[in-house]
Design a binder for this molecule. Structure first.
Ligand code: UGA
Length: 477
């Protein structure tokens, strides 16, 4: 028996693009009661999705795909048929970075050109991909140029704030839903789309996906103009990136004066106006969003006449963190050529198999260039990393943390997987050649690492040296 709350009536939705955002939006929109067709022009991917394959590592995604696939959720490569049936069309295609730093909107434009012909009755066209401000105007213009009639559509912006690794939870239990629409007709339809989350009825359904917080009162639903919604997305990501670069800059000062960024961040984050989240100092942010969106935001600002210099500093500080991390390795090992290095973590962050703009990939490439031998481990991202840097004489992907550390002159921690923080330090110490750990994510306490006999280099914290008895191993070499 299906006890999911049904909107009255459910909305027929087409989602264009089955990448991260498109796929998560599709399963979650089906989960809250709608009839969804997820379209992609990659027919092999569509066939894989139709047969139950789960293309990305994401908590709860296999469960929700199994629940809705072939029922409320179908996959297709027939864009026009999906658009014809739909009342709401979400555009969730990629907006990669162009060589000059702006968002490349050619996939968005191509989809828009195609759907224009099928707008023969009123439909809402939703920008779900991350796009710069004023894109909704371009979409509108392109639809008109390609034969759509103004009365048959509205273009609105409904940005997505999901994080990889917790994407389903972020969609169903969001801090807020932002809908930027300039026409009341489109606003009314979008309220129907999100009704089960707005009124909280979804969270009362017996088999709803349990989430990270109490939402029985419904989610915060914010209606704005289309331009404001577009700006909210870019500004949110840029602000989060700024918070990370800020704490990383402070962590550099901590190192210079000899104090601990963890103490400083706790003190700063306890101010409720600042908050403790996104104040983890480390090797810097990566992934498919922050690096690209920070750049795209200052580029669009520039194009409308504002020099958003602050964001250029955010980017510079972020790039510098990788160099700081690398310098610690040089400081620990003197020369690198011929050294055996263990690397823990390949994904750009924990909870995902995504290696796009991952600090780990840059580090491994530079270690190989310097003649090191690298053994790398990640609980989820090895297959994706292998496609970018295949195994070779200097690089092996291994099955667990200890294999990565075996005989290593140094062990690098690059991704914040929680299981790395629970490693048996005594065993680690025994199998390494030198007891040297360089931690880009501050996973361990200085005291525990000193007690276990490690020379422990972390970010924004003093070097932690072992007791004199543990020093013998390195001194004997
Ligand atoms: C980010 C935003 O958090 C989402 O709200 C947004 O929807 C998404 O981009 C997007 O635009 O699609 P995501 O890239 O999945 O999500 O990952 P985050 O959890 O934000 O982490 C980004 C990077 O910052 C990671 O490399 C992470 O390790 C790093 N980070 C995060 C830090 O270095 N320190 C912190 O305190 C937090």
């Amino acid at each position: 028996m299906d006890l999911k709350p049904q909107t009255n009536p459910p909305v027929n939705i087409a989602v264009i693009g089955s990448g991260y955002v498109g796929l998560i939006a599709s399963v979650c929109l089906a989960e809250i009661g709608h009839s969804v067709t997820c379209v992609d022009n990659d027919t092999a991917k569509v066939v894989a999705l139709q047969s139950g394959e789960v293309p990305i590592y994401e908590e709860r995604l296999p469960e929700l795909l199994a629940r809705h696939r072939g029922q409320r959720l179908t996959f297709s490569s027939d864009l026009l048929a999906a658009v014809r049936r739909a009342e709401v069309i979400f555009i969730a295609v990629g907006t990669p970075q162009s060589p000059t730093g702006e968002a490349d909107l050619s996939y968005v434009e191509a989809s828009v050109r195609e759907i224009a012909a099928e707008l023969n009755e009123y439909k809402v066209v939703v920008e779900k991909s991350t796009v710069p401000v004023l894109t909704s105007r371009w979409i509108c213009r392109t639809l008109l140029f390609n034969g759509a009639k103004q009365e048959n559509f509205d273009v609105i912006s409904n940005p997505e704030f999901l994080r990889e690794g917790t994407a389903i939870d972020d969609f169903l239990y969001p801090d807020r839903i932002v809908v930027g629409a300039d026409a009341e007709r489109a606003r009314r339809i979008m309220r129907r789309v999100y009704q089960p989350l707005i009124d909280g009825s979804y969270f009362g359904a017996p088999d709803h996906v349990p989430g990270s917080r109490d939402m029985s009162g419904g989610v915060r639903y914010i209606e704005t103009s289309a331009k404001s919604a577009e700006l909210i997305k870019h500004a949110s990501n840029a602000f989060l990136a700024l918070k990370i670069s800020f704490i990383n800059a402070v962590s550099n000062i901590c190192e210079l004066v000899g104090t601990d960024i963890e103490e400083v961040a706790t003190g700063i984050g306890s101010d409720s106006r600042i908050g403790p989240k996104f104040l983890n100092a480390g090797i810097g942010y990566g992934g498919s969003c922050f690096p690209k969106d920070v750049r795209a935001f200052y580029k669009i600002a520039e194009s409308v006449g504002y020099d958003f210099d602050l964001l250029k500093s955010v980017e510079r500080i972020n790039q510098n963190q990788l160099l700081c991390f690398k310098k610690k390795l040089n400081a620990a090992l003197w020369t690198l050529k011929g050294k055996q290095i263990g690397v823990l973590g390949l994904a750009f962050k924990e909870g995902t198999d995504d290696v796009r703009e991952s600090p780990a990939i840059s580090i491994i490439k530079s270690l190989i260039e310097e003649g090191c031998c690298v053994s790398a481990y990640d609980p989820a991202a090895i297959e994706k990393a292998r496609k970018i840097i295949p195994e070779n004489g200097n690089l092996r992907y291994v099955d667990n943390e200890f294999e990565a550390a075996r005989d290593a002159h140094a062990l690098l921690i690059v991704t914040e997987w929680p299981q790395f923080a629970r490693l048996d330090l005594n065993r680690l110490h025994q199998i390494m050649r030198y007891p040297v750990v360089i931690d880009g994510r501050n996973l361990f306490s200085l005291h525990d690492m000193a007690a276990a006999g490690f020379h422990y280099y972390s970010m924004g914290r003093p070097l932690s040296e072992p007791e004199s008895s543990s020093r013998r191993k390195i001194d004997q070499e």
